[in-house]
Design a protein around this ligand. Structure first.
Ligand code: AMP
Ligand code: GLY
Length: 422
């Protein structure tokens, strides 16, 4: 089977690694890939958002399946374009990808489906938004409606903070058109968990949960990032909670999307808050999380390619997934300065030594090779140093042993990944 994987981050390296372990795989391409993916797949210099070029490539190579990592190509209609060209694609249509592309759309769908979430209201008028904040009180959450690279959310402790966020998003348009409207939400309290379900349009199969660390600094302080580390399974996410999430959040959403004529096929990523009154939905994403995917793939024992095909073909009913009972943990190595400005092209050594630590596994994110073959940083999040172990503590210790083998003075990581569970 010929597969084209779209994307070039740590998530896609983990997907490439799992796909490469499938007995069904014949040939793997990745667009655009990175230095780590290049060891498993043939990387092609096509941007992950260049939908026409991706479809033309897939047609030319008679690709059997396109697997889409990031959300942007999905919101741009890559799955629709593949369908029109008769190519199977793992990932939702643009209409179904609105579950990530528009927070207001998600709230409409989930309210109609009776999904437990935060109380919310949408505003296109900043004065009305400020008025609502004054009436509701704080803490309160202000969000740009559209895609803002994970940066469009402000959890405001005071009315002044909330009003400043409204001005920045709606009047200064710091996130561009994503700030044409804002959502103002009730602030939920509890542990945050990322949960993943494989969906074929009508049926959903639970995958696993992971806990991400979104803030750049230790103790969960500082600005938000794409994610600085993750582990799976999170002890707080019990089988009872999983059953409740499937019954009250995932399946009702899937049914409502099908009822609207926009069935969801792909992986549905529910960002959850485990509150005192049960799990509540914060947001959906329409793809695997990064770095959550890295720990999920380390724990997945079933054939990933077979599972993705079953989701594409509406055959999940006959499918079961097996997971390792072991724990997995990943520490993200980022370029100094991230999530602000950072240097590119700095030299990284010691990756082989890190990978040689028992239980450890190195995933590349923003990496490339220099003319002399040296490994160079090419992004903000650069490497994911992961490990598995019989306990979370063992996985944690092995991952940090591997981190300590790296020689990259221009990089940094959080030293406290997994702290909530350890
Ligand atoms: P989002 O982009 O919707 O995932 O929001 C980014 C982060 O803001 C989440 O990971 C949460 O930590 C926080 N957040 C979003 N919505 C809420 C809410 N209603 N209550 C509390 N925290 C929230
Ligand atoms: N790690 C969070 C995300 O992928 O959105």
């Amino acid at each position: 089977m010929k597969v084209l994987l779209v994307g070039g981050g740590g998530r896609e390296h983990a997907l490439a690694w799992a796909l490469a372990g499938s007995g069904l795989l014949g040939k793997l391409w990745c667009a655009p890939g990175n230095a780590g993916i290049a060891e498993l797949a043939e990387c092609v210099p096509i941007g992950a958002e260049d939908v026409p070029a991706l479809v033309a490539f897939a047609k030319d190579k008679a690709v059997d399946l396109v697997v889409v990592g990031p959300e942007a190509p999905l919101t741009l209609g890559l799955a629709d374009a593949c369908a029109a060209a008769g190519i199977r694609c793992f990932g939702p249509s643009a209409a179904a990808a609105r579950l990530e592309g528009s927070k207001a759309f998600t709230r409409e769908v989930t309210s109609a489906a009776g999904v437990p979430g935060a109380e919310w209201a949408q505003f296109t008028d900043p004065a009305a938004a400020r008025d609502y904040v004054r009436r509701k009180g704080t803490p309160i959450v202000v969000k740009a409606d559209g895609l803002a690279a994970g940066k469009g959310v402000v959890v405001a402790g005071t009315a002044a903070e909330a009003e400043a966020a409204i001005s920045e998003i709606m009047e200064d348009r710091v996130h561009g058109a994503a700030g044409a409207s804002v959502l103002i939400e009730e602030c939920l309290f509890g542990q945050e968990v990322s949960f993943f379900a494989l969906c074929d349009g009508t049926m959903a199969l639970p995958m696993a949960a992971a806990q991400d660390h979104k803030r750049v600094g230790e103790g969960d302080l500082g600005p938000n990032t794409g994610g600085m580390g993750a582990y799976s399974p999170p002890p707080a996410f019990t089988p009872e909670i999983e059953a409740e999430v499937m019954a009250r959040i995932i399946r009702p959403t899937l049914a409502e999307m099908a009822r609207r004529g926009t069935p969801f096929r792909g992986v549905l990523f529910a960002g959850l808050m485990l509150t005192d009154s049960g799990p509540r939905l914060i947001e959906f994403n329409v793809r695997f999380g990064d770095p959550e995917c890295q720990v999920l793939m380390l724990r997945l024992q079933s054939d990933l390619l077979a599972a993705l095909l079953a989701a594409c073909d509406g055959e999940l009913e006959r499918f079961a997934l097996r997971w390792s009972p072991e724990a997995a943990l990943v520490v993200v190595m980022a370029a100094r300065g991230y999530p602000g400005a950072y240097a590119k092209g700095t030299r990284i050594e010691g990756v082989e030594a890190a990978a040689a630590v028992p239980g450890a596994h190195v995933f590349h994110a923003g990496t490339t090779r220099g003319p002399d073959g040296a490994l160079l940083a090419a992004g903000g999040r650069v490497l994911g140093i992961a490990a598995t172990g019989p306990t979370l503590r063992a996985a944690h210790d092995a991952a940090y042993d591997a981190v300590d083998q790296l020689k990259w003075p221009d990089g940094f990581c959080r030293r406290d990944i997994g702290w909530r569970a350890l």
